[in-house]
Structures are given as C-alpha cells and as structure tokens.
Design a protein around this ligand. Structure first.
Ligand code: APR
Length: 278
C-alpha cells in the first residue's frame, strides 16, 4: 500500500532493508507533527513571526536578557507540552531493530527539543544545542538545576513580545556573577565541536543517511548530507517540500516524517522477519 502513495518509497524501502549503518539527520520538520513550530514555514514558522536578530544572537541576549530568556522559556514550555510523533517513534524503533541485529542507527539533530529522547532513542549529537541544557553566560558552567522542568505558566499560543511575561534569567549558582543563558547555538556562534566531528565521522561510515524535516538552508548543518554522498552512501530526503538539497538526494520522498518514516521501518521489518507492533 505504502509504495503507491509516495513516488520513490519503494526504492527507499530497498535501501532501508539493505542498510546496516544508518544516520538520521533531523530538522524542525520532524517535530512539526508534534505541534512544535518550524522556523521558516510561511505564516507558522518562528522566524516568520519573530526576528532572529532580536531573539537568537548573543548581542540580542546582552541587549535584553529578560526578553530572550523569557521567549526561550516559552519554547521550553511549549515543547514540554508536545508528545513525540510517529516519525520520532519510527526512528527509535528502527534504532532498536538495527542494534538488535548488531548494526547501528545514529541520530544527529538540529532540533533543540528532546522529542527523540522522549521517543526512546539515543541521540549522538544536538548540533544546535538543547532548550534543556542552560548554562552560565559567563563561566559556562551548566545550570545547577533543570530550568526546563518547571517553567511557570502554560505554553499557550505564541506570545506577543510586548505583552509576554518577562522573567529575568537566574544568577549562576557556580560563579555567582553571570546569568544563565539557553543552551542553544545562536546565529553567529560555533556548533559544539564534538557534535559536529562525531556526526561527520558517522556520516563518512554510514551506508544510508536519512535527512528528515530540514530546509537545508543553515550552514554548516546543511552541508552534512554531502559527507555521506561523498563516502558513497545513499541519502534519502524526507520532506513534503523541495529543498536546497533535493536535487542531490539519492531519493527525495515528498511526504511528512510521520507518514514516511514508519513506512521505511515497516519495509525494514518486512525484510528482517520482524512482525512486531511497535
Ligand atoms: N515532515 C517532514 N518535513 C516537514 C514537515 C513534516 N511533517 N513539516 C515541515 N517540514 C519541512 C519543511 O518543508 C521545511 O523544509 O521541514 C523543513 C523545516 O525547515 P526550517 O524551518 O528551516 O527548519 P530547519 O531546517 O530545522 O532549520 C535549521 O535554523 O533557525 C535555525 O537553529 C535553527 O535548527 C534550526 C536551523
């Protein structure tokens, strides 16, 4: 049934059946079906409604730490209220299957949410950091407590910055000088070196990479799929839209992650005699 729905799914299913070392590179689109807004989609994207210069740079934080801190608290609350979707669950299941067969599925995500982990998967790299990994803006020490756990108030709809509840970032409990900042990578900042190096190493050794839910516009993450292609691996792109990467992909599956990824796992299961419900 699946193969007929999305052109290329049969070819991708063949690749999924044969793959032993898979890398999943995920972006905001993977979490869209969980209710987490993406960044660049018309009308709904965060950068369609807010200015990244005002909210997602170090200068913005230095200029108005309360505004930036409060906005990221709102995003943390929103994500805490969103469940993993069928796409996250399929990736976690595929990871378990491959591990059970002595193979491996590695996840590197641009997403600052924890939906992969809440779906039961292990994540090698959060390339753009995490909303639940605050640290001191001065000494760099991680927050003593999980500030993401109890953000006050419900997530509600996207706040108007003027009327948004503003809270000051807490003082660092370690150095006592700096204040906490969100543990995300802001525009103009370097990606965590280990995360990038580990992801590149995994891509250079994989036999299949699956690029799911990214517009492939933000560097250096947008160049990562080419490392897999350069190493002779196949790359399957999952995105309802055509992206900057689509023409280079081995197979572009024009569908949602929640629809396509479970189909790829079913294909894998079919071949490996797994007739399991999860
Ligand atoms: N399934 C799969 N893909 C989807 C879905 C879905 N259900 N819904 C939307 N998409 C696709 C869109 O078509 C788009 O190509 O997901 C992509 C989301 O693109 P962006 O909003 O640009 O998100 P992303 O590529 O992850 O952004 C990269 O930019 O703002 C920074 O640091 C931020 O990590 C982020 C980076």
């Amino acid at each position: 049934m699946d193969a007929e729905i999305i052109p290329g799914l049969a070819e991708a299913a063949d690749l999924a059946r044969a793959a032993r070392r898979v890398v999943v590179l995920s972006g905001a689109g993977l979490s869209a079906e969980s209710g987490v807004p993406t960044f660049r989609e018309a009308q709904t994207g965060l950068w369609e409604r807010y200015s990244p210069e005002q909210l997602a740079t170090e200068d913005a934080f230095l200029a108005d730490p309360e505004l930036v801190w409060s906005w990221y608290r709102w995003r943390a609350r929103l994500i805490r209220s969103c469940p993993p979707n069928a796409g996250h669950l399929a990736v976690a299941a595929w990871q378990r299957r491959l591990a059970a067969n002595g193979d491996a599925l590695t996840i590197a995500t641009q997403n600052v949410d924890d939906l992969h982990e809440r779906a039961g998967a292990e994540v090698l790299a959060h390339l753009h950091g995490s909303l639940f990994d605050d640290r001191c803006a001065d000494c760099g020490e991680p927050a003593a407590h999980d500030t993401g756990t109890a953000p006050e108030g419900d997530a509600g709809s996207a706040p108007d910055l003027e009327s948004m509840l503003r809270v000051a970032p807490p003082r660092c409990a370690v150095c006592g000088v700096g204040v906490l900042r969100p543990g995300v990578v802001w525009f103009g900042e370097m990606l965590p070196a280990d995360a990038l190096a580990n992801t590149l190493a995994a891509l250079e050794q994989c036999d299949l990479a699956v690029v799911a839910g990214t517009s492939a516009t933000v560097q250096p993450a947008a160049s990562l799929p080419y490392a897999a292609l350069g190493a002779g691996a196949a790359v399957v792109e999952v995105n309802p839209e055509v992206t900057e990467f689509s023409t280079a992909a081995t197979v572009h599956l024009r569908g949602t992650a929640g629809q396509v990824l479970p189909a790829l796992v079913r294909a894998y299961d079919g071949h490996h005699g797994h007739h399991r419900s999860d």
